[in-house]
Design a protein around this ligand. Structure first.
Ligand code: TTP
Ligand code: CA
Ligand code: CA
Length: 502
């Protein structure tokens, strides 16, 4: 046969690294799935509004999410409500739900009644949808090999599909099993496949003439099929569309997910990487969006990947430092090996409110403490699982007389581990802390108060003897949580008006 003398670029070692989902595997399959206009879709599905009607999600006077029909009318995130109404008179605007001073739970309220003085944005419904989507994805994937899913934000997740793709590869190409006995360094036979159904809307590198598909292409092809199926399931069960990128690492997968929005998926093959990256400004690359990206564009006087490719490694290292220089040199060539990390990294949670006008009494503050507690407990529930409840061991109250950038007084106490965590119990602890602060010096009028819980532990739900069932450090880590240390607590999750939480 014609291709008998041609071998794959990959070895049996590459195949076994794929089975282990090793970041070093040259055959890796990573995807990033991102919901299209997430909050806007949550609202249009909840309200039963057709997806072709322009819709935006409002928080105070800002619009924080817009669906694609609204974007087609020239609207972009950040536009004011007033301006949006002028540009797109048939725009439907839905305000995010709010917590309200004196009310026990968040609710969707008439927009005319929502005031920053009395309300606090509640993003629970979006987090809940996000969580449902994650559970659905888990249910579409086999349990073995173990699933590797990283929730990267409220509406996106990375999946390392390598191990699953490996099992499918062996089922579909049983000849690969025959190389089981050969040396790890021996080149694999080339796949005898010249036509592939890509299950994708764009594939970079698929049309290279005279080129044979190799195992990395086949692996990404299988990945694309899995992702296509996941997206169909999400639409079928939740009516949400999402976009996805499928590639050999997180950086390419993320960039590819945004290539063809909405409701499309894009595959980047090795030989298509350069073509794909050259169409982008390097500031779009994960890790190059911030200060580092600015430094590079100033140093080399360009924003385009294509122009940076001309800079030799030695010069890149000289200008950017050895490590950063090497990283940049590789990443603009599409080489990157960061892991898909299923840990949630939640070390603490904060609920806060800035008061306009300032509040003047402990009674007023108490109403907000109730809201903080309800907010935090709702989020704790989301962190737990069917069988385990997560509880904090430390609660801290911060009092900012002039706002969060002014002088701050804090009090902290431990949360008893032997009793059930209830709203009442946390509220009493918080109120006790505030009472201590107020007793020490003049505390009113006050601009802002926040409540933080930390030191999370996990306990089985059905058991009343909670304290004897606390997990060991290792068990805890495997759950995706880590014990909080002083060091850790600096990297906290903060949530007030910014909806960007885990
Ligand atoms: P994104 O994924 O950045 O945006 P999107 O899903 O609305 O639109 P796209 O189709 O382009 O992916 O953010 C997800 C949600 O997070 C978004 O629906 C609203 C919220 N969000 C904010 O509230 N403020 C922000 O600045 C950003 C970027 C997002
Ligand atoms: Ca999105
Ligand atoms: Ca996103």
């Amino acid at each position: 046969m014609e291709d008998d003398h041609i071998t794959s670029h990959f070895t049996r070692r590459d195949l076994s690294l794929l089975a282990q989902s090793s970041p070093k595997s040259a055959l890796r399959v990573i995807t990033l799935i991102d919901y299209d206009c997430f909050y806007a879709q949550c609202e249009s599905v909840r309200l039963g509004i057709s997806s072709d009607v322009p819709l935006g999600v409002q928080q105070w006077e800002a619009i924080i999410a817009l669906n694609y029909p609204a974007r087609a009318n020239g609207l972009a995130r950040g536009i004011s409500v007033e301006e949006a109404r002028v540009k797109c008179p048939n725009l439907i605007l839905q305000h995010v739900p709010t917590w309200r001073e004196g009310c026990a739970s968040w609710a969707y309220r008439p927009v005319s009644t929502i005031m920053p003085g009395t309300d606090k944005a509640a993003l629970g419904p979006y987090r809940l949808e996000s969580r449902k989507g994650l559970e659905l994805i888990k249910s579409t994937l086999p349990h073995s090999p173990p699933q590797k899913i990283e929730k990267a934000s409220v509406d996106e997740m990375y999946l390392d599909l390598s191990a699953q793709v490996h099992s499918i590869l062996l089922q579909r190409y049983p000849a690969l099993l025959d190389v089981e006995s050969s040396s790890k360094d021996e080149m694999l036979p080339l796949p005898r496949t010249s036509v592939l159904n890509w299950h994708a809307d764009a594939v970079f590198g698929a049309d290279a003439e005279d080129d044979h598909f190799d195992w990395d292409d086949i692996a990404l092809n299988i990945g694309s099929e899995i992702v296509d199926n996941i997206r169909r399931e999400i639409f079928k069960h939740m009516r949400y569309t999402c976009s996805a990128g499928i590639a050999r690492n997180k950086m390419l997968a993320k960039l590819a997910s945004g290539y063809n929005k909405p409701n499309h998926q894009t595959v980047i093959l090795r030989r298509g990487t350069r073509e794909f990256l050259s169409t982008h400004k390097f500031t779009k690359i994960r890790g190059l969006g911030g200060l580092l990206g600015t430094q590079i564009s100033e140093k080399f006087n360009t924003k385009m990947v294509s122009e940076l490719l001309a800079i030799p490694l030695s010069q890149m290292k000289e200008e950017m430092g050895l490590e950063v220089g090497a990283w940049v040199f590789n990443v603009i060539r599409g080489e990157e090996q960061s892991e898909v990390n299923p840990r949630m990294h939640v070390q603490s949670m904060l609920s806060a409110k800035t008061f306009v006008p300032k509040i003047v009494s402990i009674d007023q503050a108490a109403k907000w403490l109730r809201i903080f507690v309800a907010d935090l407990l709702g989020r704790l529930d989301e962190l737990g699982s069917e069988n385990h409840r997560i509880s904090p061991t430390i609660i801290t109250l911060n009092h900012h007389i002039e706002g969060r950038f002014g002088p701050t007084r804090s009090k902290q106490t431990s949360v008893p581990s032997s009793t059930l965590i209830t709203e009442k119990m946390l509220f009493n602890l918080a109120l006790g802390l505030l009472t201590q602060i107020v007793a020490e010096e003049k505390s009113w009028p006050c601009r802002s108060i926040s409540l933080r819980i930390a030191g999370f532990q996990s306990a089985p739900k059905s058991n009343t003897l909670i304290s004897s069932y606390f997990m060991t450090n290792d068990q805890f880590t495997s759950l995706g949580l880590s014990k909080t240390s002083k060091e850790d607590s600096r990297k906290q999750q903060t949530v007030e008006s910014l909806p960007r939480v885990y």
